[in-house]
Design a protein around this ligand. Sequence first.
Ligand SMILES: Nc1ncnc2c1ncn2[C@@H]1O[C@H](COP(=O)(O)OP(=O)(O)OP(=O)(O)O)[C@@H](O)[C@H]1O
Ligand SMILES: [Mg+2]
Length: 446
Amino acid sequence: MKLFAVPKMAISLPLAVLAAAILIFINESTFQQSTAAAANIEEAQQTRGAISKLVQEMLDAETGQRGYLLTGDPRYLEPYKIATSDISQNLNVLSRLFTPYKDQLAEFGVLSQHVARKLAEMDLSVRMRKQGNEDAWKFVLTTDVGKEQMDAIREYSTKLAASSISKMELGQVQIKKTLQLSRIGIAVVALAGLLAFYMYLLQAEALLASGQREQETLQRERDLLESQVRERTAALAKLATHLQNVREDERGHLARELHDELGALLTAAKLDVARLKSRLTGSLPEAIERLEHLTKTLNSGIALARRIVEDLRPSSLSHLGLSASLEILAREFEEQSGLSIATDLEPVELGGAAQLTVYRLIQESLTNIGKYAKASQAEISLHDFEGYITVEVKDNGQGFNLNTVGPTSHGLAGMRHRVEAAGGNLTVTSVEGSGSQILAVLPKTL
Ligand SMILES: Nc1ncnc2c1ncn2[C@@H]1O[C@H](COP(=O)(O)OP(=O)(O)OP(=O)(O)O)[C@@H](O)[C@H]1O
Ligand SMILES: [Mg+2]
């Protein structure tokens, strides 16, 4: 899909840029052409106007001349003079306008000659009339020279005006052409723009789809990883539970061996010593003294063995129940540590494994208090509710930051594991300077 998206992405932008460039080019060139055509039209109109003005001025001059000749009234000379001066100006304008066009310049030259001749003829007759040379100016008037010149002027003026009109028409055609070109160009460019936009949309859609697919793939991989982590964690938790059970079983086995074998041996030895001692009564005081010492040593051995056995597997749990065992544990700890331990222990009915969990939890909590808390008081409570029990150990020590507990510390982690393996929940709360609290909620399992 990416392979498909790349060429589109590569085409749509250059296509849009090309369309914009073409649009600018078309716009610019049609503007230039239209401006040139409009300038041509304007020039042709100017030329046409100047030509018709020339004809009109010639007629005005002729009318003034005739009026003066016929009446001798000098007022007629005024329009004649104005017209003749305008004519020379107009000729200058026309000569400037025709200069770039050789063909028309030649025709304009002929026209100028006829105008000059007609002006000369009129000037001559006016001068003669002024001098009172009646016959002469009448002669001039009656000849066809003036009419011929005037006809020639009209003919050439019409020709030049026609060429101006065709020039104007050419300009109009040119403007139409450029407009048509611009129309087609803009339509083509607009289509190209639309095509580029369509491609852009396709590309955006493809990108979106590929992004979604990538997201889905990532999510799938994440889910897979999460489920793998969950599986591994569950397997590790199972293994840890198994190891803990194995450890407890081993400890139980060892406790039984020590109790049954070593305990029996030591007790038998103690009985033998007592028998020997009764036989030696009154004689060999040194031997009796030795036997008494041996009895003491045996008693210490028996007490040590009992302590080790008790530590390995608290027999009090099965003999006295959980609350009593915890009470003993608390009192022993109080003695060893010098701390004051308050207890609030309700009798609870729990299975052996759950009892051991509670016992070990309190044992580890007390060990931690002894090691780190610097507390003066601690409190152990055990409460019975319907379906569950709560166990709580609190101290008034220095507390600790839960986030700084290192990975090599196993006490709290082991507690949590035991409680969770038994289907319960453990909460550790500690505020630095204000002591710590460990609370476990355990379902009642028999
Ligand atoms: N009651 C407490 N008061 C103050 N600090 C405590 C208390 N209980 C635990 N801690 C702190 O929490 C840390 C973690 O305790 P945890 O029992 O998990 O490990 P540990 O006692 O250091 O080592 P382990 O129990 O594995 O021999 C301790 O090192 C100690 O700093
Ligand atoms: Mg510990």
